[in-house]
Design a protein around this ligand. Structure first.
Ligand SMILES: [Zn+2]
Length: 465
């Protein structure tokens, strides 16, 4: 096994990916090609049906001459023999990518690390296009990819069921910087990516650049620690019970991640950096947990639908009624959090608040749609609302698109309200830069960094109210 990542059996949850060496936040972990991918229009219902992947996967797996993908598919399926599995060595890949971009005049050659759509895997495997009996075989593992290994329809459908990944659109800023005509929705299977286990408080972020799946660490990770991604989309902003129901239904496992344990107060082992937070949340009484859950359901089942309807019909009086109810909920919740503040650290409060993130986001939107008081007052109120949402995301969803978008919005408001040279604007600019580094790495050329930031500012305009 080569590379920074090792695939290993994890206690109690099957295979997983662990760090061979210590990894720093914002380090690139994986940039992988799909075994198969289908595109659709870029909207929430746009991604093609995952069932359509099955015949395509059978054909692709049996036709293509990419031993790593074949081995990864086989491993995904039977999960036992890791000896044939090679996770790509990110350092080798980087060198190859740099080498190929320096010798290429393509417009994307200035995009470094995971921003290259010409996927690193491809570079990595070039030169391997020989038959298995070729005496130049690069590794002892390759000859095993014989006809007997051909993927069947039944195997493919199970692989798709548990491992397919769909997204409404690829990374918008990277698409803009690459000059992609139009971002697409995708459904596909990225075998190496599918090896990562889920956590509701993941230490990695993932997204698509073209067809390449990019995975980047958002926390420092010690050698031997597991690397995790979130399988949840928007459902990550829900209490443990609701998240677990989604994961059970969609992927058939019971999530026992640190955040779930932290919320359920049923401890076992916990990642080191969460231990402190965890101990304190452990002391949060049952009523507070119950209040979070009640608030969540009230927001999701009653207030959010009414909010969206009022916005659609530009019904100001209904919007004001929803806003008043949201404020009442928020008032009681923050009083409850305050009551137990002595036993809750700042990050514990943020992790708990993440369960009802929608409440805070709706309050922000209300503030912008129905400003109260004079202009300066309402701008201050909006700034405070953005700050609160951003703090939650910075705790549970580092490097996510929403994190980057909200940081952009905070910067814009801070500049607007306090001026571009103010301490607030400077602090906001720093948060925006950090969110960017988490998502795109810290070693981008300055020009690319600036282009991405500009593209994200524009994307944030379109995607946030
Ligand atoms: Zn969990």
């Amino acid at each position: 096994m080569v590379g920074e990542l090792i695939c290993a059996m994890m206690e109690g949850k099957g295979r997983g990916v662990i760090a061979r060496h210590s990894i720093a936040a914002s380090d690139l972990l994986l940039c992988a090609r799909p075994a198969v991918v289908l595109e659709g229009p870029p909207d929430p219902e746009g991604a093609p049906d995952a069932a359509r992947l099955v015949p395509a996967l059978v054909q692709a797996a049996n036709a293509q001459d990419v031993p790593q993908i074949r081995a990864a598919l086989q491993y995904l399926y039977d999960g036992t023999d890791a000896s044939r599995l090679q996770l790509p060595d990110i350092r080798t890949m980087m060198n190859l990518a740099k080498h190929s971009s320096s010798s290429s005049s393509s417009s994307s050659s200035s995009l470094q690390e995971g921003l290259q759509e010409s996927c690193c895997d491809h570079d990595h495997s070039s030169g391997h296009h020989h038959h298995h009996h070729d005496s130049h075989s690069h590794s002892a593992a390759e000859p095993a990819a014989a006809d007997a290994d051909k993927l069947t329809e039944q195997q493919a459908s199970l692989l798709v069921k548990y491992n397919a990944f769909a997204d409404d659109y690829e990374d918008l800023a990277a698409a803009a910087v690459r000059g992609a005509a139009m971002p697409h929705s995708h459904v596909g299977l990225w075998p190496q990516f599918a090896l990562f286990n889920h956590s509701c408080l993941p230490n990695s972020v993932h997204y698509l650049v073209g067809h390449a799946m990019v995975v980047r660490a958002v926390e420092d990770v010690a050698a031997g620690e597991e690397l995790t991604v979130s399988y949840l989309g928007r459902e990550e902003f829900a209490p443990a019970g609701a998240r677990q129901a989604v994961l059970q239904e969609r992927y058939g496992f019971a999530c026992g991640c640190a955040r779930c344990q932290l919320e359920s107060q049923a401890p076992r082992q916990l990642q080191q950096q969460l231990l402190d937070t965890y101990r304190q949340v452990m002391q949060a009484p049952r009523q507070l947990q119950q209040q979070l859950l009640d608030t969540y359901w009230q927001v999701m089942q009653d207030l959010k639908p009414r909010f969206l309807e009022a916005v659609e019909h530009q019904d100001q009086s209904n919007l004001a009624a929803v806003q008043a109810q949201l404020q009442t909920l928020e008032h009681f919740l923050s009083a409850a959090l305050q009551q137990h503040r002595a036993v809750l650290s700042d990050s514990a409060v943020l992790v708990l608040q993440a369960a009802v993130y929608d409440l805070y986001e709706l309050l922000l939107f209300c503030e912008q749609l129905l400003p109260q008081g004079n202009e300066a007052e309402s701008k201050h109120a909006a700034l405070a609302c953005i700050g609160r949402c951003l703090a939650i995301l910075n705790c549970v969803s580092k490097g996510a698109e929403l994190h980057v978008f909200l940081a952009s919005r905070l910067l814009q408001h801070a500049v607007d309200l306090r001026g571009p040279d103010s301490a607030q604007a400077e602090a906001a600019a720093q948060l925006f830069l950090e969110a960017h580094r988490m998502r795109y790495g810290s070693q981008l050329e300055q020009q690319v960094q600036l282009e991405l930031m500009e593209a994200n500012k524009q994307a944030a305009e379109e995607f946030l109210m």
